[in-house]
Write a protein that binds this ligand. Sequence first.
Ligand code: MN
Length: 496
Amino acid sequence: MSVLFVNNIRFFDTTLRDGEQTPGVSLTPDQKFEIAVKLADIGLNVIEVGSAAASEGEREAIRLISDARLGAEISTYVRALDQDIDFAADYGTDSVHLVIPVSDLHISKKMRKTREQVANMAYHAVEYAKERGLLVELSGEDASRADQSFVRELFTEGVNRGAERLCFCDTVGLLTPEKVVQFIPPIAEIAPLSIHCHDDLGFALANTIAALKTGATCAHVTVNGLGERAGNTPFEELVMSLEVLYGYDTGIKKEEIYHLASLVSRLTGVPLPVNKAIVGEMAFTHESGIHAHGVIREPTTYESIKPEIIGRKRRIVLGKHSGSASVEAALNEMNYHTDESQVKEIIKRIKELGDEGKRVTDTDLMAVADAVLAIEYKPVIKMRQITVVSGSNVIPTASVTLVVNGQEITGASTGNGPVDAAMQVLRKSIADVADIQLEEYHVDAIRGGTDALVEVTVRLSKDGKIITSRGARTDIIMASVEAMIAGMNRLLREKA
Ligand code: MN
């Protein structure tokens, strides 16, 4: 593979600015700091922390992150206003992302000004930012819908006045790779150029790569593609496509990508779409018989990237599409010794579960295998009673009576909610018998309504052994307890 890019590509991260503009997302200064540390560590060159003019909290975040000297350049979004530039300088940023509307639509309808007025505001702002000792990235908002000769004129004069870098913004995601080939080269001649794309039509990544091939040297990105509306160019997708498809060494610590994606998802409250490229739950999960069989023999048959490269693991799940290879592999892992006809029968029953629309957990597979092999299953843990209290002026508390290996155990625990209290008390009550960790907890309400059946899936681990298990009830607490006890029992069962 040949390197098709003009220069060392720089990554300008705007997760903490454009990403935070995702509807409903708001980060505290401490959360921004936690993300910024990770962004700098993974190898991003520039971190745009926020808009200094937006709020006191934004400014606090800028100061916190600037003071920490994380190694990345710290930037802030500013309008062509002295006050914005003063905030940026006073709170310690290295550079400003100075955004100027350049399309006639934005100039006349949003700004209610003329091209000349807007250009003069831009030139003054560049000069003022230079006076205040800041690096300037002069950014043309809605540049993809602008008169390109005006964009070139404004950028050329902006650079004459002291701007070090330029940015071409496809503000509403209307760019195409064909337009990039036309628009970018003449602008890239003026000064180092960034490309800032939005994904309204799913073109952000393609447009960003096209720009990097035609003269841009820096890509604006966000983790998980967060950002206004449909979001920005996803950092993880850009890094992995440059590496895998173009053989370009980005210098990014790729093994930290999944960790960063999870951190940002958790702190922003924006879940990762399950089928998202690179970081979605299903990106390295296989169910269908042919595919699972293939990856068990040779992963590259159905995987374009090794999951370990970005800090993830391959997962084979069972369902109605499963074939004998994945079922046999799972049974082997669970120490079941089966013959061909038994495996056939187990597969048949697994598919029946899948046909009912259920996800097939490890405990389902074990229950089916036990039935087919006629193994009598004696649970280690039996529950006598559980009581859970929750309300407005009470700390959520759960008490339980279990019989474990014939011995009665009573325990109580508090939690940050009734489900948490119930999970805690179960784990604590059997702590003497085994150290079982709750790795994952997942709830699905089957059909809407408060009386709907709730399905809880848990992932439990004990000494490195992991098991998934399910409970289904109309009561979310009891569904959780059922899933937990079924899983604990399976982890505790003696080897056959
Ligand atoms: Mn944007």
